[in-house]
Design a protein around this ligand. Structure first.
Ligand code: SF4
Ligand code: MG
Length: 336
């Protein structure tokens, strides 16, 4: 496959007063050119840390990074801050849940879109302003020629999100990382922003890493899916495969805790019992074992002693046999 981002055995640790936090613990994945990889998991699963590390935005004083992050043949783990600065906003860009973390209140929206464009392309002020207006038009801001001179507080929440997308895409990045980009928005605006992202991906051909805790959102955004738990990938596959025939008990839990798409609102959810694992002191063996109701189906005490590995391609990191995964899912999980 034409993967242009390849992450191999990534480990990110933070030192804290209480000890070493293993935020990412041996993670591997690939992103193909022009495709969308969804990364799903509860908060604390390592999905945001992974992507901040890809962008080189982790704090080198308090964190250590091991493994490889290969972007078009270059290893970003060993890249200098100067090289990373050249990549960020240019080849790789990010949109966040809260546009106010990306947009400064002190500068006009237009200036904030124009600035990275001038920096990375050497365009003149006039060219960059024209580009900012063009980008505001693309993301559906009405009256872009006037609104280009507005400050972020003059925009609605949905418009700020659009402006941030314009800022992220202004240099035509090869990779866009979107971290819960629509979580703070109401459902209608959320759907509009997701449609917009898909359209722009078509136009710009960017690959997207789409991070979310919401499997419903991912089902119509992503091509491939990575399910993360405790700083590791526990399941991987195409979105269709993972959502139709999930193989990992944690994915089953996520699916049954999800409100049905288009179903009645207020429908009772089925949260996964127990709490996410401590990253200071992760459980032995399979990190999901303290919460997993299928532990007893695996021979011996493997679940609590032996870390299950994730194979290549379509795979899940669980000691259940393939037959067990299929039959448990079909018999007990699916007809919820
Ligand atoms: Fe559950 Fe054991 Fe599979 Fe972990 S390895 S998900 S504890 S059955
Ligand atoms: Mg997060």
């Amino acid at each position: 496959p034409d993967s242009f981002l390849s992450v191999r055995d990534l480990r990110v640790r933070f030192s804290t007063e209480d000890g070493i936090v293993k935020a990412v613990d041996g993670l591997s994945f690939d992103v193909e050119r022009g495709k969308t990889l969804g990364i799903v998991g509860e908060s604390g699963s390592g999905k945001s840390v992974t992507n901040l590390t890809v962008l080189g935005l982790h704090n080198p004083k308090t964190s250590t990074v091991e493994g490889e992050i290969i972007l078009e043949g270059r290893d970003l783990v060993t890249a200098s801050e100067k090289e990373m600065e050249k990549l960020r906003g240019n080849k790789v860009a990010m949109i966040f849940q809260d546009p106010l973390t990306a947009l400064s209140p002190y500068y006009t929206v237009g200036r904030q879109i124009a600035e990275p464009y001038m920096k990375h392309t050497g365009a003149s002020k006039k060219e960059a302003r024209a580009r900012a207006i063009e980008m505001l038009t693309k993301v559906g801001i009405p009256q872009p020629k006037t609104r280009v001179d507005d400050y972020p507080h003059q925009f609605s929440g949905g418009m700020r999100q659009r402006a941030m997308i314009a800022m992220a895409l202004v240099c035509d990045p090869d990779l866009l990382i979107a971290d819960e980009p629509t979580t703070a928005l109401d459902v209608t605006v959320q759907a509009q922003i997701l449609d917009l992202l898909k359209d722009l991906q078509q136009e710009f051909g960017s690959a997207i890493i789409f991070i979310t805790h919401d499997l419903g959102v991912i089902s119509n955004m992503a091509d491939d899916l990575l399910v993360m738990y405790s700083g590791r990938a526990v399941e991987r596959g195409s979105v269709r495969e993972v959502l139709r025939r999930p193989q990992h008990p944690y994915t089953w839990g996520l699916l049954s805790s999800m409100p049905r798409l288009g179903g009645d609102t207020g429908q009772a959810l089925n949260p996964i019992p127990g709490s996410p694992p401590s990253l200071l002191n992760p459980p032995s063996g399979c990190p999901f074992h303290p919460r997993c109701e299928f532990t007893g189906k695996v021979a011996g005490d493997r679940c609590s002693t032996e870390r299950p590995s994730l194979g290549e391609g379509r795979a899940s990191a669980c000691h259940l046999t393939t037959e067990q995964k299929q039959s448990i899912f079909i018999d007990t999980i699916q007809p919820r």
